[in-house]
Write a protein that binds this ligand. Structure first.
Ligand code: LMR
Length: 309
């Protein structure tokens, strides 16, 4: 997807640095061969390596996929002891070798907390440049609404994922709209079944990652890769007018969310910078859900720090 211009645009040449562990070196070489064989016009160079320093050298965009994947029946917190040390090491390599304006997207779970650890160990990378993926959840929410209302997914916008990319995340449709032949209409007006919106919808989005793992016996791949491209493309090239997306970013205290956690907010992007959409009305139901997922992140942060000691 990156080599085809889906992430950074159809006119942006790319140099790919691919990092994997030594055990996977041969398979990684195979991926490099395939990338070369595809003769992508935008792909200028491919560096496949098992050396984190070489991988991070001068990169402008870092997609952090590396981590111990969650297996069926495994809680996300079980992964923490395996993944936190990986993020500490990779943060140090980025700190020393990446371009000073490198934009970082953490995908591997627990994504928010891995991103927070990365931020702590890469202090010279601006905090606004360290983000995590909740666009996958955002896209899942759009798709659930489209299916329910029998409309095209492209006509649904402005859902919000608040908080953690975990089962405590809060998918919020209070501000979402659908483009109809009669103009833009709030989702809540088109679906008046409050019970569905407050229960099945939220549960389905929260549990979708688990459902994929159960069905595939492996974590989401295509939809996660596509969401990573969406996240980075909108960040670099901008969100469409009147549309926001969800990104896990370093909390500035907006909406009463504690600072010093990486929390998913609604954001708009322009000229390579994101900003949190301010002033949305938050009802009591949303407030409780937003606070619960913030608490989950604060707990995760404590566990992560205990894994470092
Ligand atoms: C997903 O949401 O599909 C993944 O983050 C699930 C997981 O835990 O690997």
């Amino acid at each position: 997807m990156i080599a085809r211009g889906i992430m950074l645009g159809p006119d942006q040449p790319v140099i790919l640095h691919l990092l994997d562990i030594a055990l996977a070196a041969e398979a990684l070489h195979g991926v490099k061969m395939e990338l070369l064989d595809a003769a992508f016009p935008l792909l200028k160079e491919v560096h496949a390596t098992t050396d984190v320093t070489e991988a991070c050298k001068d990169v402008n965009v870092a997609i952090m996929l590396g981590g111990f994947p969650r297996k069926e029946g495994m809680e996300r917190k079980d992964m923490m002891s395996k993944n936190v040390p990986i993020y500490k090491e990779q943060a140090s390599a980025l700190e020393e070798h990446a371009a000073s304006d490198c934009k970082v997207l953490v995908v591997a779970n627990p994504a928010n907390t891995n991103a927070l650890i990365l931020k702590e160990f890469a202090p010279s990378i601006p905090e606004k440049n360290i983000t995590c993926l909740t666009r996958l959840d955002h896209n899942r929410a759009l798709s659930q609404i489209a299916e329910r209302l029998k409309v095209y997914v492209a006509d649904v916008k402005n859902v919000i994922i608040w908080g953690n990319h975990s089962s405590t995340q809060y998918p919020d449709i209070n501000h979402a709209t659908v483009t109809t032949p009669n103009g833009e209409r709030p989702v809540k007006e088109l679906d008046t079944d409050d019970h569905w919106l407050k229960n099945e919808f939220i549960n389905t989005v929260q549990q979708r990652g688990v459902a994929i793992i159960k069905a595939r016996k492996a974590s989401s791949a295509l939809s996660a890769a596509s969401a990573a491209c969406d996240h980075m493309r909108d960040w670099v090239l901008g969100t469409p007018k009147g549309t926001w997306v969800s990104m896990g970013v370093y909390s500035d205290g907006s909406y009463g969310i504690p600072k010093d956690i990486i929390y998913s907010f609604p954001v708009k992007c322009e000229k390579g910078k994101w900003s949190i959409v301010k002033g949305l009305k938050i009802d009591e139901f949303s407030r409780a859900k937003m606070d619960a997922t913030a608490k989950d992140l604060i707990d995760e942060k404590e566990v992560a720090h205990s894994c470092l000691n």
